[in-house]
Design a protein around this ligand. Structure first.
Ligand code: PHE
Length: 450
């Protein structure tokens, strides 16, 4: 007997929850820093192409599978296919969730620390060098970042224990629009800074000589990371969708909202980077060493810095709960462990790995594999390998294995809405998405040379 499952209560709740998962540190912390490391404009274009041609169809595929099966990832493939092979998507997804939440907790912990610093008005009167020094001292210290990380993980676990409706929907609806308003304010200020236009040029003027295999695979990995794709997060969420949710429209809205927020974050950050003469390729600390400089200068900066880091923390939370949900749904529905117990077990294990990520930026920084510290290594394996491979298999499943009438039924809500671009969709999931993922992947790891 199937247990009765929760449903999202409103249409907006569905989109809010999916967007809440997609919009997070990926947009505001990660996008600017990897765009900065990969030279800006050209990276942006490649990333946008991947979002449109691969991200959206893979998201639609996850929605189709999730809503049709109404189960966690493992159950979903079991109910839709006789072959046991597709279980691999679930296995890779749980592994990716584990890795991602480990380093995500590190950065989310920084957000809480910065909220605390903002409340103490610690950015006031500091110049760019002092603000940078503040970040370095904090992020490489032994205890503080770990404590904030544990705090963040505990909050994530509490929300997941309380279940889908009360947990996720409520937090996303009001707070995300507020975050957008603050970022817009930062944009306007950043653009009016002296020398700020250089930053816009950096972000929007493509210089294709900077495109390396690493740039392309980073762009692909990030398009999956930022849309929460390839590991079953959105599949799990879609299992709670109602029958009248328009899957095509929802995918496009989520991808568009996600992309716009990343761009707005970039428009705030790069002008400031150039105006304050800091380094666009500063790595994971970029946002934390750039934005306080703007807060230090704007009217109301004290208040806005508090609000910003608070809301960034909330944005991280609506993503982290979606990541933890993958592991919890697996343990509770597949291994018959109670939800509370599953959450506690998963959170504890992830926090232990997460603390290693945090320490790998400070005390454990000399410990690394392939020249990457633990933090970067887990990010690389999850974002650039597991998510794209998961996405490739998901699109192959929908394009080649799933019965065509299931696709048309789901996309048309059983004939109640008109299907316009089904042929394009099929072409994208059958050929374009899997083949391009494969090529980027082989190119990125150096097996083929273009
Ligand atoms: N998309 C989230 C972000 O941009 C992170 C995430 C990755 C969430 C993978 C779920 C799955 O912050």
């Amino acid at each position: 007997m199937q247990k009765k499952r929760d449903n999202f209560s409103s249409k907006f709740g569905v989109i809010a929850a999916a967007a809440g998962s997609a919009i997070g540190l990926g947009n505001i912390w990660k996008f600017p820093y990897i765009a900065g490391e990969n030279g800006g404009g050209a990276f942006l274009i490649i990333y946008l192409v991947f979002i449109i041609l691969i991200g959206v169809p893979v998201m639609m595929s996850e929605f189709i599978i999730g809503r049709k099966a109404a189960q966690n990832v493992f159950g979903a493939f079991r109910s839709l296919s006789k072959s046991g092979f597709w279980k691999i998507i679930g296995v890779m997804g749980v592994l990716a969730a584990f890795f991602i939440l480990s380093f995500y907790g590190t950065v989310a912990g920084w957000t809480i620390e910065y909220l605390y610093l903002a409340v103490k008005n610690s950015f006031a009167g500091k110049d760019a060098a002092q603000i940078e020094e503040m970040f370095t001292a904090f992020s490489t210290s032994t205890y503080k970042p770990v404590i904030f990380q544990i705090l963040f993980m505990a909050i994530t676990a509490l929300i997941v224990i309380r279940g889908i409706k009360k947990g996720i929907e409520k937090y996303t609806k009001i707070l995300m629009p507020m975050l957008i308003v603050i970022i817009l304010y930062l944009d306007i200020t950043a653009l009016s800074l002296k020398g700020g236009m250089e930053g816009l040029k950096f972000l929007f003027q493509p210089d294709f000589s900077k495109v390396t295999p690493k740039c392309v695979i980073d762009a692909l990995g990030h398009s999956f990371f930022t849309l929460s794709l390839g590991m079953g997060v959105l599949m799990t969420y879609a299992s709670y969708f109602k029958n009248d949710t328009n899957l095509t429209k929802t995918s496009i809205s989520v991808a568009a909202a996600d992309t716009i927020i990343a761009l707005l974050a970039g428009i705030a950050i790069f002008p400031a980077v150039f105006a304050f003469n800091t380094e666009p390729a500063a790595g994971p600390g970029l946002v934390f060493i750039t934005l306080p400089n703007i807060f230090e200068q704007i009217p109301g900066g004290f208040l806005f810095s508090i609000l910003f880091f608070l809301l960034l923390g909330v944005a991280a939370l609506t993503s982290s709960i979606s990541i933890l949900e993958v592991v919890v749904a697996y343990l509770s529905e597949e291994k018959q462990i109670s939800r509370t117990k599953a959450t506690i077990i998963a959170t504890s294990l992830i926090t232990v790995t997460g603390v290693l990520c945090t320490l790998s930026l400070g005390p454990l920084s000399s410990f690394g594999i392939f020249g990457l510290n633990i933090f970067d290594l887990l990010d690389f394996i999850a974002s650039n390998i597991l998510l794209p491979l998961g996405g490739m298999l998901i699109s192959i499943f929908v394009g080649w294995k799933l019965k065509r009438h299931i696709i048309t039924d789901e996309l048309s809500n059983y004939g109640t809405i008109r299907l316009t671009s089904i042929k394009i969709f099929i072409f994208l999931v059958r050929y374009l998405a899997p083949i391009s993922i494969l090529i980027v992947f082989l190119h990125g790891v150096g097996i083929i040379k273009l």
